[in-house]
Write a protein that binds this ligand. Structure first.
Ligand code: ATP
Ligand code: MG
Length: 884
């Protein structure tokens, strides 16, 4: 049975049982505690937490998941993908344990002719939580499972919670016995490879306290409403139903292995277990990588981007270890597009962008791979020379951080050289870095959400800011350092929740509004506005005057000047985005944006810098759209309607049932957006692009000023030119030619100067030769030339001095320093060479003193070093080398 068919049957089974079908959320759903969506329940969290009422009582989904914790298992176990699809059914206060077990059982064991998976019921095992007698009995009653095939497991395996106080409950897992040839008898508690977990049912019934029942602590209460959350691994079911040995050989993963076989000429499953793991890693990671890029992740050095980078680089390295040196990622990407495309059509649509991202990442890595290998070799040699045996943690970290070497690559290279790696040191540095990354992801620091949950129970905030700037409202709650307080007075900084507000909360790239909250005798200055659970507007504000108490009537007031700028900034962003796509093509899709009054920036998928022509064309198209005074229209519709309109949905954003489409100039610019916009494009005012730069590979950033700020920026530039023209005493338009002429004259003057200096140096040759000292019958001229004299001049001078030593056996050694660098030249006369003096052989005698090396022929040797302070010592060493 094809994998796509397994998903389809799951959905049909639950839809027929009255569940609402909910599409998969993006892998990068905005959740501060998660790097990637890792389970089907993530998008339903607000309903489970009671932060929002569920729009349906039962639902089903097939959710894209990425589990980074499973990276090291990939290819080694039979059952762990980094990307997999979790099918689930959810009940919000509807059916509970009996319903969940029944639904799962009928699908798993129902005949294939009737739309089920047709697993042999005699090979199914179940586990339940230690004291969950209810589930234990239901498995016997509903499924007819004999007691020997129901096993009890402790909290570590079979209790679920979110890691914090809140909902929790026992789990019950469903296993399939693959048969005695795959391991020991005794059920899942004995062998998790022979007995394969395919489905986990979570019975949400408890309130977990500070301590988790996972570790044996009793729950502190019971949930008023019991919920069901389940997850079935589509890939695991596929591998069983397709009669293959593991999740990497299923119809959606195996084609990448075939591609790798074709490229490398090696065969998967031909008796080389190390190669086989590599094949599986390649296939798994190719799929995860492409799915992540599809959802808008680009390779980078932090958080999500780093995980993606690690996956892609591990592919490149594994392929190299299979003997392939050509670029491979674009070809693997095409295979993934073909296998996953039928279910995720955006992969096909976005393929040019996806391909550009992987191509670029592979090129970058192949570039640093060489330098990183060099760094590693130098470090390894030095450690061994010094008698050490361990690569320090900071080296491993540097290789990782600067050269993009995943730690397992470093470990492998080290062991080839007989070295270990200070993994603890590396991990400590990584932990520090991770902590920084996490802090960056966690934007709103709303740690304990209960206080907001209580406020949300009073109703969501009504946003009136699209229609008016000032709104009458009532203070619903005041929060101070996470705790609800009855009032706040002058000087206090608190969070204010009101029933209605005209103040825009930061979202969709637009910063929050500046403004005031005023009431009878009180005035608060609004510092920031954030949304909690997408429904509650939380205003951070400083009490300027009076006392604010819960329940009082107030007016929220948006600063009108600010809002004019904010609207220009946000509409300007849409205009630039549309211009970008017009000039570069539709694959230049925005991946992030930020706008505030007067300024905007936009990150978009693009490999390589924009040419100056494209840049000015984008600016031109944007300003034309402004001049054409296009109408701006807002349409409310559902997701399907928005797609029909061709509206651009952005990565990582979550959209409600009803979505808002903002269009500028009809179909020219249509985006899903909740921001505040101008009414006609002319109100945006001038747009000036001020910069374009790289933000990680495959991603560029364009920055622009809009409105009055654009005008001021241009005025400043004009003043600069006028200033320069004044200094140079030429008309404006002659400034470039004049500067060019000046630079040219400077260059000529520098050349002259150099010639003069060289001449002077050479004229001193005779004098130097006369001053040669006699060391054991050899005439030695060894000295430090003036700083900054380059290697070539040293050489010319050395030859000149040598000529003047005539027929004497002689050695000339000249040094000079340039900053931290030392250059040197050693020359011997022919009589000297007859007497056994070789320039190249003399070098090692003195070069360590200047931290350098070099070499050459008997008549002439040249080199450099890094310690100018050692020149005198080097001369002494050379003198010593001539003395027997
Ligand atoms: P395991 O112990 O095998 O890693 P788990 O306990 O982590 O599994 P759950 O968190 O209960 O799994 O996830 C629900 C279901 O999702 C599992 O029953 C399994 O079918 C599937 N699943 C979990 N992790 C993976 C993975 N890395 N690759 C493929 N499927 C997975
Ligand atoms: Mg797991």
């Amino acid at each position: 049975m094809q994998t796509h068919e397994i998903s389809r049957r799951f959905t049909t089974h639950f839809k027929d049982a009255g569940h609402t079908e909910v599409p998969s959320a993006s892998l990068i759903l905005d959740d501060p505690n998660l790097l990637f969506v890792n389970a089907g329940m993530v998008q339903f969290k607000p309903y489970f937490l009671g932060e929002a009422p569920p729009p349906y009582s039962t639902a089903t989904s097939v959710q894209k998941c990425v589990r980074t914790g499973d990276i090291d298992e990939v290819g080694k176990t039979t059952r762990h993908n980094t990307f997999f699809q979790m099918a689930g059914n959810f009940s919000f206060g509807d059916y509970f344990k009996a319903g969940a077990i029944e639904h799962a059982w009928t699908l798993v064991t129902g005949s294939q002719a009737d739309g089920g998976y047709g697993f042999d019921p005699d090979r199914i095992w179940a586990t339940v939580y230690d004291d969950d007698d209810e589930a234990f009995e239901l498995w016997q009653k509903i499924a007819g499972l004999p007691v020997e095939r129901i096993q009890r497991r402790d909290g570590k395996d079979n209790y679920w919670d979110m890691g914090v106080p809140g909902p929790g409950g026992p789990c019950s897992e469903i296993y399939y016995d693959r048969g005695p040839e795959h391991g020991k008898d005794g059920g899942p508690v004995v062998d998790e490879d022979r007995y394969l977990e395919i489905w986990n049912l979570v019975f949400m019934q408890d309130v977990r306290g500070e301590q988790s029942p996972k570790n044996g602590h009793a729950p502190i209460g019971t949930l008023p409403q019991k919920n069901i959350d389940t997850g079935m691994g589509i890939e695991r079911v596929a591998y069983l139903l397709q009669g293959v040995d593991n999740v990497y050989e299923t119809d959606l993963v195996r084609p990448v292995i075939s591609k790798a076989e074709e490229m490398s000429g090696r065969r998967y499953g031909s008796g080389n277990p190390v190669d086989d793991v590599r094949f599986r890693v390649i296939a798994d990671h190719a799929r995860s990588g492409i799915m992540l890029i599809g959802d808008g992740v680009t390779p980078g050095n932090e958080a999500r981007g780093y995980v993606l980078r690690r996956l892609l680089r591990r592919i490149v390295r594994s392929v190299r270890l299979l003997g392939v040196t050509d670029p491979v990622l674009p070809e693997f990407a095409a295979v993934v597009r073909d296998t996953m495309g039928p279910l995720y059509p955006d992969l096909v649509k976005d393929f040019p962008r996806i391909e550009a991202v992987v191509r670029n990442e592979e090129e970058t890595f192949l570039g640093t791979l060489a330098s990183g290998l060099k760094i590693f070799d130098v470090a390894a040699t030095k450690i061994k020379d010094d008698g050490g045996s361990q690569l320090p943690g900071d080296k491993a970290f540097q290789l990782h951080d600067t050269y993009g070497f995943p730690i397992d690559l470093t470990l492998e290279m080290a062991s080839e050289k007989g070295l270990t790696v200070d993994e603890q040191g590396f991990r400590d540095l990584m932990a520090e870095q991770r902590a920084r990354a996490k802090a960056a992801v966690k934007k709103t620091g709303h740690g304990d959400q209960t206080v907001y949950r209580d406020l949300l129970a009073l109703g969501a905030t009504e946003f009136t800011g699209y229609q008016e700037l000032d709104t009458e409202a009532v203070v619903r709650g005041i929060v101070r350092e996470g705790v609800r307080v009855p009032s706040a007075s002058e000087g206090d900084i608190v969070e204010i929740v009101v029933d209605r507000t005209s103040l825009y909360a930061e979202s969709g790239g637009q910063v929050s509004d500046a403004g005031l909250i005023v009431g009878d005798g009180v005035e608060l200055e609004v510092l920031d506005v954030q949304k909690v659970a997408r429904k509650l507007w939380v205003h951070q504000a400083r009490v300027r005057k009076g006392e604010v108490t819960e329940g009082i009537a107030v007016q929220t007031q948006v600063d009108p000047e600010w809002r004019v700028g904010a609207r220009q900034g946000h509409s300007g962003t849409h205009v630039v985005h549309a211009a970008l796509r017009e000039v570069l093509g539709p694959s230049a899709l925005q991946s992030g944006s930020y706008n505030k009054p007067g300024y905007l920036r936009l990150d978009f998928a693009w490999a390589g810098a924009l040419s100056p022509e494209s840049r000015s064309e984008i600016e031109e198209v944007s300003n034309l759209a402004v001049r054409n005074d296009l109408p701006v229209r807002v349409v409310y519709t559902d997701m399907g309607g928005a797609q029909d309109m061709g509206a651009v949905a952005l990565f990582g954003e979550t959209y409600d049932e009803t979505v808002r489409v903002v269009e500028i100039g009809g179909p020219w610019s249509r985006e899903l957006c909740g921001g505040t916009h101008v009414e006609r494009s002319a109100q945006i005012g001038p747009i000036t692009v001020i910069g374009e730069s790289s933000v990680g590979s495959g991603s560029r950033r364009l920055e622009a000023y809009v409105g009055m700020d654009a005008m001021r920026y241009l005025a400043k530039e004009r003043a600069l030119v006028q200033n320069l023209a004044g200094m140079l005493r030429v008309p404006d338009e002659e400034v470039p030619a004049r500067v060019e002429a000046l630079v040219e004259r400077l260059r000529q003057a520098e050349k002259e100067l150099e010639k003069l200096r060289a001449g002077q140096l050479l004229s001193s040759a005779g004098e130097l030769a006369d001053k040669a000292e006699d060391v054991n019958g050899t005439a030695l001229v060894a000295l430090r030339a003036p700083d900054g004299v380059g290697g070539n001049d040293l050489r010319t001078l050395a030859v000149e001095v040598r000529n003047r030593l005539g027929a004497r056996p002689g050695v000339v050694a000249l040094f000079s320093a340039d900053g931290p660098k030392v250059a040197f030249v050693v020359a011997t006369t022919s009589a000297g060479r007859d007497a056994g003096l070789a320039a190249g052989k003399l070098v090692p005698a003195f070069s360590p003193a200047i931290g350098g090396r070099g070499g050459g022929k008997p008549d002439m040797a040249q080199g450099g070093g890094t310690e100018p302070g050692g020149i005198d010592a080097a001369i002494t060493a050379l003198r010593g080398a001539l003395t027997p």
